[in-house]
Design a protein around this ligand. Structure first.
Ligand code: COA
Length: 298
């Protein structure tokens, strides 16, 4: 029976102990993360966001050891039952992945883990907090909305073979350290804030791309991937970046489907919709004045 249809006395509320995560939590949090997403996806006949438990554990291990992320772990009777993360690399914070052990879901642990990262963001005076929600999951949609997150954008997660297209007048090249200020300028013009911390990471990892139009940087990408974002002054910038990518890494790229010119172009270039997701925000949000691909973290 649906949770909201159950008599109140049947709804169990548990009090979990919350504490900051450490690298020692990676294996258990990674297992829970993989199982929670795999169980959810299987129940709705969707592919899992993580191809294996090892990939989920690798991601969680990275987030638990990188000072750019805050991790919080929930325990009941000394046993880890869930975790959540806050991406603190930029002024605007990003939430997730949040996962709760399938055995104790729907009993307020998720709410407690969400509150923990929202409190943390407030303490750090982040002007806004964002996340990307799995659209087919009624529970997370309801939970986030109850906590004050507003729906901002429907996203089509799209995957397919390399597009291999060019856009006349838009030249794509690898980003270098000298492009940081230009990338931040483009992001501020489109979103009203920059994502300098993520851009720096992409430059260090060598995944960044910039697109130039009429002799200046008009867009950039930290990678055409689920965990990376792209920003362009116009839709042509984003088309050029997608067209130049050697692959679309992970489950796919997140295409705002209200950006119809971009969405249709992706469909025309043989990309397929894997699932629909939802960008949500609490606090500061500016309607983007340009074109963009959010990452799974926002
Ligand atoms: C999403 C997830 C983290 C939430 O944690 P949880 O412990 O199950 O959730 P909670 O019990 O704390 O909160 C669920 C809330 O949604 C409400 N809810 C659940 N289903 C609902 C529905 N269909 N309609 C309206 N409200 C609903 C519950 O009443 C509760 O609200 P309340 O706290 O005001 O009573 C957890 O279910 C999970 O790990 N899911 C799999 C992975 C996942 O989807 N991660 C998030 C990806 S966006």
């Amino acid at each position: 029976m649906l949770i909201w249809a159950r008599p109140v006395e049947e709804v169990t509320n548990v009090h979990a102990k919350l504490r900051p995560g450490s690298p020692d939590d990676a294996v258990e949090c990674g297992r829970i993360c993989y199982e929670a997403f795999a169980t959810l996806a299987a129940a709705h006949s969707f592919p899992c966001d993580f191809p294996s438990a090892d990939v989920a554990t690798g991601l969680v291990a990275m987030m638990l050891s990188d000072p750019g992320f805050y991790g919080v772990v929930a325990e009941i009777d000394g046993q880890v039952v869930g975790s959540n993360f806050l991406d603190e690399r930029n002024a605007v914070a990003g939430v997730g992945p949040i996962t709760v052990d399938s055995n104790v879901q729907d009993s307020t642990v998720g709410r407690q883990l969400m509150r923990a990262v929202m409190d943390r963001a407030a303490e750090r005076q982040a002007p806004g907090v964002r996340l990307v929600q799995t659209a087919y999951h009624n529970r997370s949609l309801a939970l986030y909305a109850k906590l004050g997150f507003e729906i901002r954008e429907p996203l089509a997660c799209m995957q397919g073979p390399p597009v291999g297209a060019t856009v006349d007048g838009y030249a794509v090249r690898p980003a270098t350290g000298a492009d940081l200020d230009d990338c931040n300028r483009v992001c501020r013009a489109v979103h009203g804030h920059d994502r300098a911390g993520e851009v720096r990471d992409a430059l260090d990892q060598g995944t960044g791309l910039v697109v130039e139009h009429e002799g200046r940087v008009s867009g950039y990408s930290t990678g055409l991937a689920f965990f990376a974002h792209s920003v362009g002054e116009t839709v042509e910038d984003i088309k050029a970046l997608i067209g130049a990518a050697e692959q679309l890494a992970g489950p796919g790229i997140l295409v705002p489907s209200r950006d119809y010119a971009l969405f249709r172009w992706c469909l025309e270039h043989r990309l397929r919709v894997v699932q629909v997701m939802t960008l949500m925000s609490a606090g500061m949000y500016h309607e983007p004045a340009g074109s963009y691909l959010p990452s799974i973290l926002y």
